[in-house]
Design a protein around this ligand. Structure first.
Ligand code: ZN
Length: 689
């Protein structure tokens, strides 16, 4: 592997129909960014691409619900997610979007070439048609009774109650989601991609790349499952108005199916990047050079599209002989990250959006925490307590503390001038041995997409550095053996530089802050990974000013976040009956002081989609309560309502607002939420038991 090797890195295109949350970051984006930053430090020629996936039926449904255009929906979420990624420190070379004409052209190039070469086949099929609306109904536009669990409002593609994947024709008593009328069955024509014909080649492809680059076991398992089932031909077109239009007779009212155009978004993103660079053909240096290593980072819900569908599409194109696209060398997919023990759920308000999170905490502690908790082999869990513990006990107490004590000592005892390094003793040599081997050890793990283990190696260097500082006792040798003290501080300063480089893929902005504190030329991110173990800072180098690298997170801050969770009723969406916490004694129940309150005033919190600010009379007292019910109640509908308040809940701050108590609310797992109200009018302040 030469140092100039080209690496093309893509991260799954997020769907522009909602804000990204921490689960998305841990699934695909953070691993991709760590990998990209690491490879740049290795001196490789990296192109790192992403963009918004802006087509598909979920977007048109949102648009109809909100009575706006699909373009307005994708504009909103494209902006929102691009901004969230930027704040999180994603180092994309380009963040594109699939509604661009450039992308539509790329998609049509593939479709028309495939059609011309007879790859796509036309098939007639039966589909539901809404006579009142005058249109064919894509799967999600049909609702009806689930044949499995009897849920009367199952979606045509999947029942959200029992999770079964459905075909609209399987629904009992189907109705159109547009007019509400029962649809009729009509014949329609679609183009199909013959995925089945590619099965042998795809199986060989997966085997070969796995042997070469070590695919993850979870990814291979998904592939084996699909191979065993047998790959099926897939419809490439559908009856819909939002998407990439098809310049073929008979296809005027159809668009390209979103699975086909979304993966091509990686190619259009490269083209857009090249145009912006002023070298319109530069994208070919990555996509069309067989020496390029292409790594596609995704979450587990996207595996089939990147290990089977997209490679088959590229093979089909390459068979034409004109241009040869590189296929993914590896598809490192993560499992899911849960939030406090449950799946992230937008409809239930369970979880936290990236922007909301970054309004409260800087990006680097989140990156550090998620990097150590990546669901690389199995699902993992975000908890607020863990987040606080990792920030305080590791980032601040190990890495931050070593930097702080070293630089503070250098300023106090040596006027901020790096002292001379004299002869080395065993303690020095031991620390330098750990330093010398860390870049290679951590690097090998990053090359294998084992980011958690790679981070552990780097943090072990920070641990060794702290131990070195302790064992060297510079505060004693300053008096007894000044030359020894000087050597220990010289080496400690060199170690902080090494850590700045090795930690920069994980905590990029803190690494740059440290780089400035060291007053070294350039940036941490533009150094050489392989030279991170060297000791290049010259004697008498003048250091910059020191500041605290990582702030600790207070208990009450975290308690506020945890009590905010209490305002969102918890129940797994697929479970009809949520498992309760088990029996409690009456004395435990009596510890909860429940009282009737009357809502006097209700208003939205400007920066929150979930929270309402309520003024609630409880007896003679008026309390402010921040409740996570904004998605379920309009403020004006709440005023005058009697509710049940948890009166002795410890006060918390939510989005900067005091919250003195909590409302009781019920949820049934379908995403519905109802506040609990007394059946009769009763004086506010009345005790509930
Ligand atoms: Zn069902």
């Amino acid at each position: 592997m030469t140092t100039s090797q080209r690496i093309l890195i893509t991260a799954a295109l997020p769907y522009a129909n909602g804000p990204i949350h921490l689960g998305h970051l841990a699934g695909a984006y953070l691993p991709a960014d760590i990998y990209a930053r690491y490879q740049r430090l290795k001196g490789r020629d990296v192109l790192f691409l992403c963009g918004s996936d802006e087509h598909g039926v979920a977007i048109t449904i949102t648009a109809e619900k909100e009575k706006i255009t699909p373009q307005a929906v994708v504009d909103r979420y494209h902006e929102m997610n691009a901004a969230a990624f930027a704040r999180f420190g994603m180092s994309f070379d380009n963040y594109s979007r699939t509604s661009l004409p450039l992308h539509h052209d790329t998609t049509r190039d593939f479709l028309l070439a495939f059609r011309k070469r007879g790859i796509l086949k036309e098939k007639k099929e039966k589909q539901f048609f809404d006579e009142k609306a005058g249109m064919f109904l894509p799967d999600r536009y049909v609702r009806g009774t689930c044949p499995v669990c009897g849920n009367p409002d199952a979606r045509g593609d999947q029942c959200e109650t029992c999770g079964t994947y459905l075909d609209p024709m399987q629904l009992k008593e189907p109705r159109s989601a547009i007019s509400g009328d029962p649809p009729v069955v009509r014949e329609t024509t679609h183009l199909y991609f013959p995925l089945g014909e590619f099965q042998d080649r795809i199986e060989r492809y997966v085997k070969e790349r796995d042997a070469r680059d070590g695919w993850k076991e979870n990814v291979l398992q998904y592939c084996r499952g699909w191979f065993k089932e047998g790959l099926q031909d897939r419809a490439v077109t559908r009856d819909l108005s939002w998407g990439v239009h098809i310049p073929l007779p008979g296809y005027e009212n159809k668009v390209v199916y979103v699975w086909f155009d979304a993966v091509l978004g990686y190619i259009s993103s490269a083209k857009e990047w090249a145009l912006r660079e002023g070298r319109p053909d530069a994208w070919k240096e990555y996509w069309l050079d067989p020496a390029t290593k292409y790594v596609a980072f995704i979450g587990k819900d996207n595996v089939v599209f990147h290990t089977i569908v997209f490679p088959a599409m590229l093979m089909a194109w390459n068979d034409g002989g004109k241009e040869q696209f590189v296929l993914p060398e590896n598809v490192p997919a993560n499992e899911f990250l849960n939030f406090e023990g449950q799946k992230f759920s937008k409809s239930r308000g369970w979880g936290i959006d990236v922007q909301d999170f970054l309004d409260k905490f800087p990006a680097d502690p989140l990156r550090y925490y998620l990097a150590g908790a990546l669901p690389e082999y199995r699902d993992s869990d975000f908890t607020w307590r863990d987040f606080q513990a990792k920030n305080n006990n590791e980032l601040a107490d190990i890495f931050g503390n070593f930097v702080n004590r070293t630089l503070a000592f250098a300023h106090r005892m040596f006027n901020g001038i790096v002292p001379e390094r004299g002869p080395l003793n065993d303690t020095d040599n031991e620390a330098l041995a750990v330093l010398a081997r860390t870049p290679q050890k951590a690097g090998e793990l990053f090359e294998q997409y084992r980011f958690r283990d790679g981070l552990t190696e780097v943090m072990n260097l920070a641990r060794a550095a702290n131990k070195y500082f302790n064992d060297s006792e510079p505060w004693k040798t300053a008096r007894t053996d000044p030359a020894r003290c000087a050597t220990a501080i010289n080496i400690s300063v060199q170690l902080t530089r090494s850590l700045a480089i090795l930690m920069s893929p994980i905590v990029p902005s803190s690494a740059e802050k440290l780089w400035q504190m060291l007053r070294l030329p350039g940036k941490a991110a533009t150094q050489s990974w392989d030279d991170a173990g060297a000791l290049p800072i010259p004697d008498a180098h003048v250091l910059g000013t020191t500041e605290i690298l990582f702030a600790k997170i207070e208990d009450e801050t975290i308690a506020g976040e945890i009590s905010a969770l209490g305002n969102v009723p918890a129940a797994p969406p697929a479970a009809p009956v949520a498992a309760g916490p088990g029996p409690v004694m009456i004395d435990d129940f009596k510890k909860i002081d429940l009282r009737v309150g009357k809502i006097l005033k209700a208003e939205r919190l400007p920066k929150s989609e979930k929270l309402l600010k309520l003024q609630v009379a409880v007896g003679p007292e008026t309390r402010q309560i921040i409740a996570g019910i904004a998605k379920h109640y309009a403020p004006e509908d709440l005023v005058g309502k009697n509710v049940v308040v948890v009166y002795n809940l410890r006060p918390a701050k939510l989005m900067g607002e005091d919250s003195q108590g909590m409302l009781l609310a019920a949820s049934d797992g379908s995403g519905k939420l109802a506040i609990v109200v007394p059946a009769e009018d009763i004086a506010s302040g009345a005790i509930v038991r």
